[in-house]
Design a protein around this ligand. Structure first.
Ligand SMILES: [Zn+2]
Length: 381
């Protein structure tokens, strides 16, 4: 029975795409026609199928390098991104990062600043920091190092002085502090069951969600000239009012929606729609999608199989179409626990009504704000 799942998924996807393309309302036509930038992707390499996809969708992507504790992987990502973003600037922009392994070396800060300087000279439009700060790395006493630790301040100041942007995935959805559960005997139900190092459930000595958010907020307040983009809706995806509080308080703060669309879908439609309209200059389209045909394998990277490429492409079509439809139309969209991990469930369990955002708002969220918050991202596009 299990074997049927991929076929069901493909069948469902075909029907979904068929319906989407047949019944495109004017809003979808509009959205498809305008220039779009996905500010949150993880691109492995420059693949032809991906460029064709981006031409087809009139889109450019920003690839974010991430993960400062695995230097081999991080270097693979940074080297690759720098190369293909400079070679194909129509399609790719890149955001660099920095390693955390050597953070206790006396030269660490200076080395990182030199590296960032060089990355900016090679077109990096920003710097990404990840949840390993706050939930991963520890000091000599064994305490989790938070993002407002003085060790990071010269780096943030440098980014700010250079007029570049800091994009931060700090903290996790609040579920990381809730129990994890198995779907079946051998399959964890949620991400945090598979990645227990980021599950803070039942670990009372570890930082709370609020502490991590407060540390992040300190950085935004302390560096008013630093453009600070909160990845994944600033990890406050469960309530747009919580995001609103920060947007009101910090003019240098904006968010992107990558990987958190379902949380928006779970909140009251009117409230979410109002949020998008009110903060139409501070919200950016992002997906957190990975793509490419040469992936990291822990050593040097390897070529993807035909099957993997096909799956990758299906996912790109499916997700973008779903998100476009949710933001642009007022369709009743079949929804539910469509995807758990990588496994698609064939039957949607309820519907979500699209936000039908006005065209001028769509244009800002999909393009103008990316240009404003990541200057240079529009180069050659
Ligand atoms: Zn991501």
């Amino acid at each position: 029975m299990k074997k049927e799942h991929p076929y069901l998924f493909i069948w469902f996807l075909s029907i979904f795409l068929f319906i989407s393309f047949q019944m495109l309302p004017a809003q979808m036509d509009y959205l498809k026609s305008i220039k779009k930038i996905d500010v949150h992707t993880h691109i492995d390499n420059d693949a032809r199928f991906l460029r064709e996809f981006l031409d087809d969708y009139n889109m450019k992507v920003v690839t974010l390098c991430t993960g400062g504790l695995d230097t081999a992987r991080l270097n693979f990502r940074m080297k690759g991104a720098r190369r293909f973003a400079n070679k194909q600037p129509r399609y790719y922009a890149w955001v660099t990062s920095f390693e955390l392994v050597n953070r206790n070396d006396p030269d660490w800060t200076e080395n990182i600043i030199q590296q960032l300087k060089d990355d900016f000279a090679h077109g990096a439009v920003g710097v990404k920091i990840w949840k390993e700060i706050g939930m991963g790395i520890k000091d000599a006493e064994g305490n989790y190092i938070q993002v407002d630790d003085p060790m990071f301040e010269p780096i943030f100041k440098f980014i700010s002085d250079q007029g570049k942007t800091l994009i931060a995935h700090i903290g996790e959805p609040i579920q990381a502090w809730m129990p994890t559960y198995p779907i079946s005997k051998d399959r964890p139900g949620v991400y945090w069951a598979k990645h227990p190092q980021f599950s803070f459930w039942d670990k009372p000595d570890l930082p709370s969600f609020s502490e991590i958010m407060a540390a992040r907020d300190h950085i935004i307040a302390r560096n008013p000239n630093l453009r600070f983009v909160g990845a994944h809706l600033g990890s406050l995806e469960f309530d747009v009012n919580e995001i609103e509080k920060r947007l009101e308080k910090y003019p240098n703060f904006a968010v992107e929606i990558g990987g958190r669309m379902r949380y928006l879908m779970w909140q009251a439609r009117g409230k979410v729609r109002e949020f998008f309209i009110k903060y139409q200059d501070r919200i950016m389209y992002g997906t957190d999608l990975a793509a490419g045909d040469f992936r990291w394998d822990g050593k040097k990277g390897r070529k993807s199989s035909e099957k993997e490429i096909e799956k990758n492409l299906q996912r790109l079509h499916y997700r973008h179409n779903l998100f476009f439809r949710y933001l642009a139309t007022d369709d009743e969209i079949p929804w539910g626990n469509y995807i758990i991990g990588d496994h698609a469930l064939p039957e949607p369990t309820y519907t979500v009504k699209g936000l039908a955002l006005p065209k001028e708002v769509l244009k800002k969220i999909f393009y103008d704000n990316a240009v404003k918050w990541f200057p240079g991202v529009e180069k050659n596009y």
